[in-house]
Design a protein around this ligand. Structure first.
Ligand code: KMH
Ligand code: ZN
Length: 275
């Protein structure tokens, strides 16, 4: 029997402006409705970036807590907070994200050119954030933007051991201008080199690489991340209506590969989240 399919939805991100994309969920009410609709469509986990009252990215602890509570009220989704934030967020504030007590946190394994910007993840920061997640019992999702970061994950696990929940869940973020290509060949190379401690992995392709990465991941037995953080069109020149539309498409393509969406509870077990 085929393994159930984890679909993570990344609904907002930190890099798209509300005025450029009014359907982007940027308020607690919109994120609650998004969580409800995406769970109904087949998502098991949500990767959250929080926005302030002006729809701008923020790491304000009060707002982080409010968004986590809004998602928990509206759904059973595993709540993963981004510790990547926006390319402009300072490292010390990114460490404080864990104070909002998410089930999971993203943890990027190295610095990446990010279009014209730099997504900064120096090694000492990565180590500090990882040990904090271990201490707090928060399940990390290791985000890998290039092959060097696959190697860095091996180093991290060898030096500091397993996460608190003893599961190693990886997300390959492909097609960022500055990171690895969003191609089948790049995905195969990254999966081949994942450390042996890896227990599950998903992949997402940014922009026009979204479908090729989705299909490559399914063909290698991986899981999926979809959402408006990563892609804003459903077909060339056609804007996405809602995050649920992207989840529904992932469910439909997953069904062709004989994969059934995981429930949030199954997702919790898969990644080693508490509760
Ligand atoms: N916004 C990107 C610079 C994460 O969430 O951990 C970083 C990002 C990764 O989205
Ligand atoms: Zn993110």
């Amino acid at each position: 029997m085929s393994e159930p399919l984890l679909i993570t939805v990344a609904p907002t991100g930190a890099e798209t402006a509300k005025e450029d994309c009014p359907q982007l969920p940027t308020t607690p009410e919109e994120i609650a409705e998004t969580a409800r609709a995406c769970q109904a469509a087949g998502a098991g986990m949500i990767h959250l970036h929080v926005r302030d009252g002006d729809h701008r990215p923020t790491l304000d602890l009060g707002l982080l807590r409010e968004w986590v509570a809004a998602v928990r009220d509206a759904s059973d989704l595993v709540v993963q907070l981004s510790t990547g934030g926006s390319v402009h967020d300072p490292l010390d504030q990114r460490l404080k994200v864990l104070d909002a007590e998410p089930d999971s946190c993203s943890l990027t394994m190295g610095t990446t050119n990010f279009g014209d910007d730099v997504f900064s993840n120096p090694w000492p920061f990565v180590c500090e954030l990882y040990q904090l997640a271990q201490d707090r019992g928060v399940a990390p999702e290791f985000e890998l933007f290039d092959l060097g970061q696959v190697h860095a994950l091996t180093r991290l696990l060898d030096r500091y051991g397993l996460p608190a929940g003893e599961r190693v869940h990886v997300d390959l973020v492909m097609g960022v201008p500055g990171g690895m290509n969003g191609t089948t060949d790049a995905l195969v190379a990254a999966v081949r080199d994942l450390p042996p401690q890896t227990t599950s992995w998903s992949a997402t392709g940014i922009g026009r690489s979204t479908l090729s990465v989705l299909l490559a991941s399914l063909s290698k037995g991986g899981h999926l991340r979809v959402g408006m953080e990563d892609v804003l069109t459903i077909a060339r020149g056609v804007p996405v209506d809602s995050n649920a539309q992207l989840v529904e498409r992932a469910v439909a393509i997953g069904a062709l590969a004989q994969r059934t969406p995981m429930t949030p509870q199954e997702a919790r077990v898969l990644i080693g989240a508490k509760g």
